[in-house]
Design a protein around this ligand. Structure first.
Ligand code: BEZ
Length: 238
């Protein structure tokens, strides 16, 4: 890809920041963000454009998984720099005409924001001008029940997202909060979790002498069991 040397300034919220506020028109009515989502986890995500194939495969997949995310206390909100009538027509086409990996007649019930003015996309750093100056990249913001951004993932235009990974992130964030642990590489519910670092030489010594109920390979690398049922009972509603 050709690089330009002039770097336009793009403002981007960061992990730990309060989610920037906005009011918007969506396919499910007006929303006031993040106030309307207080008490819920929410994934705010952008896609480049309506009526494009990668985006269509993504919407078919995400909408099919909407109930699974809802059971993990997580709502979905999409955005592209298109108008409301384009959104409506595209979502109707997805339901009536698209079949992808066995998914068909898929109704997108979560709100899709119209952002012709790019106001929201600019607030969230979804326009990355050296990738495309008029289309949003595939940005994903995970926002907690207090309206704080907890994870951000960006993908380029050509790369469809892995929605099982987005689900893993939502479950892992809530597990870390509920149990005061961290989650290691490729963690899935039922895998061992990481215990926070030893804060004193005494704690490090206790951990290495096996006094605590954890498995320490060295004083800074300690894991413990966390049963899948315990994770699911905290994070996933039946
Ligand atoms: C797509 O969703 O297929 C797409 C959108 C913009 C650029 C490239 C691909």
């Amino acid at each position: 890809m050709e690089q330009t040397h002039e770097q336009p300034i793009v403002s981007m919220p960061r992990i730990g920041d309060a989610a920037p506020e906005f009011k918007a028109v969506t396919t499910q009515g007006d929303i006031n963000f993040p106030a309307d989502y207080k008490g819920d986890w929410v994934i705010l995500f952008s896609h480049p454009a309506d009526f494009t194939p990668v985006c269509t495969s993504e919407f078919t997949t995400f909408a099919t998984m909407e109930d699974k995310f809802a059971k993990a206390n997580c709502k979905l909100v999409g955005l592209s720099i298109d108008g409301l009538y384009s959104h409506i027509a595209w979502l109707r086409s997805i339901k009536d005409k698209i079949e992808y990996k066995g998914m068909k007649n898929v109704e997108v019930k979560f709100p899709l924001i119209e952002d012709i003015t790019m106001e929201v996309a600019k607030k969230y750093g979804m326009i990355q001008p050296n990738e495309d100056s008029t289309k949003a990249v595939r940005a994903v913001f995970f926002i907690d029940p207090n309206g704080v951004i907890r994870t951000i993932i960006y993908y380029p235009l050509s790369l469809g997202r892995n929605f099982e990974e987005l689900y893993r992130v939502i479950v892992a964030l809530q597990t870390a909060d509920a149990f005061g642990v961290a989650t290691p590489a490729d963690w899935q519910p039922g895998d061992d979790v990481i215990v926070g670092p030893a804060g004193s030489c005494g704690t490090a010594e206790d951990r290495m002498s096996g006094k605590e109920d954890m498995d320490c390979k060295d004083w800074y690398f300690c894991t413990k069991k966390l049963a899948k049922e315990d994770v699911l009972s905290k994070v996933v509603k039946n």
